[in-house]
Design a protein around this ligand. Structure first.
Ligand code: AMP
Ligand code: GLY
Length: 423
C-alpha cells in the first residue's frame, strides 16, 4: 500500500511516523517533506498547495491513499480534486474546509446552530468598525476573516489597539484578501484547550483533549506563534467538559455543516476557551493541529490507517479508538527570531543522542552539504510520552539537552499548567 502525506511540518512527520507503524506496513511518500521525513518516507518536491502537481504524482505513482496535513490545500479543494479523479484522500471537501478558511462563515454557522462561542459583529467598512469600537467597551478580539498563518487574530485591551487593528486589517490590508472582512469578538476568559475529533460526517469520535502554547515565550508572553508546544491529555477538560464539548460543539458542528450542504469528514479541530459559562469555540481548524498532532499521535494506540479507512467508508461508528495511558508532550525548538524574521541554514547537532522513548519530529529542517540544517521557524518538535505528565515533562526536557543549533529557543514551561495547582 502506498500513502502520500501532504505537508512539511512536525504534524506531517508525526502522521507519517504513525502511519508507518501500521501492521500493513505501507510505503510512505511525502510532498514536500523535510529532512526528518526523508528518513522514513520518500520525499517528492511538490509544494503542498500544488494540487494539480500532487494529483499527477498520485496518479502516476499509484498512490492508494493521500493524507493532507495543512489547511491551505484543503480550503483550495485538494479533496474535491482527488475525489473527482477517483482517488482516496483523507480530509474535508473545500465546502467544509471553509469553516477554517472563513471566520465569518464559522461564526454564522455557530450562531445559526446555537454552538457556544463569543458574541460578535462582522464588518467590511472601516468606519463602521471604528464606530462599533467607540460605542462598545474593551477588550475586543479583532480577527481577519481568512487564513493569515495564525497572525490574523489581534487581542485588543485598549480602544487605540482596536482601532489600530481595524486599520491594519481593513485599511492597510496587512493580510491581503484574508482581511476584506473582519470579525470583532467578545473577549473570553478562561483556560484554552483543543479537542480534535475524527468524523465520517455522522459519527464523531473526539481524541484526547490537548493544550497548545501559542505565545513565543514562557508564562505566555511574547508574540503569538503557530504553537511552541503541546501536551495531552489536558486536565482542564474534565470528563464533564469533554462530554459537553462532544455534545454541544463537535456533534452539532458536523450536523450543522451537513445541514448547510457542506458534508464534512476528516479531522475537526475545535479551539476552545473553557469559560465559567462552559466551553466555547474560539476557532475551528479542519485538520490536525501542529504541534497537537505530535503528542496525540504518540498516544494513539489504534492503527491510524484503520481509523482513516473507517472515515472514508463511513464506518467510524464501528471502530473502537484506543489510547495509551499516561501523557505525551511536545516542545518546539525554534529558530532565533521566530516568529519574526529568522535565519536558516544553521547546523543542527545532538540528535543522534536522543534518549530512548523520545521522538524528535522535524518541522523546518533540510540537508545541506550532508549536514542537517534549519530551514524554518519551528525546527524540531521533541516529543516524549510517560506514565504521567510530570514524568513526560522531565523526559522531554532531558531529551532536549543534547540538541543544539545557533539561536535555538524554546519554552521551558510547556505542560506546566497541567501540574500546577489552580490559581
Ligand atoms: P484563533 O486563531 O481564533 O484561535 O485565535 C488565536 C488566539 O487568540 C487564541 O488561541 C486565543 O488565545 C486568542 N483568542 C481568540 N479569540 C478570542 C476570544 N474571543 N477571547 C479571548 N481570546 C481569544
Ligand atoms: N496549533 C494550532 C494549530 O494547529 O492551528
Amino acid at each position: 500500500m502506498k500513502i502520500l502525506v501532504v505537508g512539511s511540518g512536525g504534524r506531517e512527520h508525526a502522521l507519517a511516523w504513525k502511519l508507518k507503524k501500521s501492521p500493513r506496513a505501507p510505503k510512505i511518500f511525502c510532498a514536500p517533506g523535510n529532512a526528518g521525513l526523508a528518513k522514513i518516507a520518500t520525499c517528492v518536491s511538490i509544494p503542498a498547495e500544488d494540487i494539480a502537481g500532487l494529483l499527477n504524482f498520485a496518479r502516476s505513482s499509484r498512490i492508494d491513499l493521500t493524507v493532507v496535513g495543512p489547511e491551505a490545500p484543503l480550503t483550495q479543494g485538494i479533496v474535491d480534486a482527488f475525489m473527482a479523479a477517483g482517488l482516496d484522500i483523507f480530509g474535508p471537501l473545500a465546502s467544509g474546509a471553509a469553516i477554517e478558511g472563513s471566520k465569518v462563515l464559522a461564526k454564522e454557522i455557530m450562531a445559526k446552530y446555537n454552538i457556544p462561542t463569543a458574541s460578535y459583529a462582522v464588518f467590511n467598512e472601516p468606519v463602521k468598525a471604528q464606530k462599533y469600537i467607540l460605542s462598545s467597551s474593551a477588550p475586543w478580539v479583532v480577527k481577519a476573516d481568512g487564513l493569515a498563518a495564525g497572525k490574523g487574530v489581534i487581542v485588543c485591551h485598549t480602544e487605540e489597539q482596536a482601532l489600530q487593528a481595524v486599520q491594519t486589517i481593513l485599511v492597510d490590508k496587512a493580510f491581503g484578501e484574508a482581511g476584506e472582512q473582519i470579525v470583532i469578538e467578545e473577549y473570553l476568559t478562561g483556560e484554552e484547550a483543543s479537542i480534535l475529533a475524527f468524523t465520517d460526517g455522522e459519527e464523531v469520535i473526539p481524541m484526547l483533549a490537548a493544550q497548545d502554547h501559542k505565545p513565543a515565550y514562557d508564562n505566555d508572553t511574547g508574540p503569538n506563534t503557530g504553537g511552541m508546544g503541546a501536551y495531552a491529555p489536558a486536565p482542564v477538560c474534565t470528563p464533564e467538559i469533554f462530554q459537553e464539548v462532544k455534545e454541544k460543539i463537535l456533534l452539532p458542528t458536523v450536523q450543522a455543516l451537513a445541514g448547510e450542504g457542506r458534508p464534512y469528514r476528516g479531522v475537526l479541530y475545535a479551539g476552545l476557551m473553557i469559560t465559567a459559562r462552559g466551553p466555547m469555540v474560539l476557532e475551528y481548524n479542519v485538520r490536525f493541529g501542529d504541534p497537537e498532532a505530535q503528542p496525540l499521535l504518540m498516544l494513539l494506540k489504534t492503527d491510524l490507517l484503520d481509523i482513516i479507512e473507517a472515515v472514508l467508508t463511513k464506518r467510524l461508528a464501528q471502530i473502537n479508538i484506543r489510547w495509551f495511558d499516561g501523557a505525551a508532550i511536545t516542545v518546539v525548538l525554534a529558530s532565533g527570531g521566530y516568529p519574526g524574521a529568522y535565519q536558516k541554514g544553521k547546523i543542527i547537532t545532538g540528535l543522534e543522542q536522543a534518549p530512548e522513548g523520545i521522538e524528535v519530529f522535524h518541522a523546518g529542517t533540510a540537508f545541506k552539504n550532508s549536514h542537517l540544517v534549519t530551514a524554518g521557524g519551528r525546527v524540531l518538535g521533541v516529543t516524549a510520552a510517560a506514565e504521567n505528565i510530570a514524568l513526560a515533562i522531565s523526559k522531554v526536557y532531558a531529551g532536549i539537552k543534547p540538541i543544539h543549533f545557533e539561536g535555538m529557543h524554546y519554552r521551558r514551561d510547556i505542560g506546566r499548567r497541567a501540574i500546577l495547582p489552580k490559581t
